[in-house]
Design a binder for this molecule. Structure first.
Ligand code: SF4
Length: 50
């Protein structure tokens, strides 16, 4: 298994490493030199008690 260091805000990045499976399909949109980049969904806002 190859460990790829990555610090992008990507869905596949965890603890500074790429956790992408080898058979994943590329997104076709290279971002920062990676065509597998997939932006993380925005964190949900916690509702404040009223
Ligand atoms: S898919 Fe690309 S951008 Fe995403 S964590 Fe892996 S190396 Fe980084």
């Amino acid at each position: 298994m190859n460990l790829v260091l990555c610090d992008k805000d990507c869905l596949h990045q965890k603890d500074g490493y790429c956790k992408l499976k080898a058979n994943a399909a590329p997104t076709g949109t290279p971002v920062g030199g990676c065509c597998y980049y997939c932006p993380k969904p925005a964190p949900k806002q916690k509702s404040r008690p009223r």
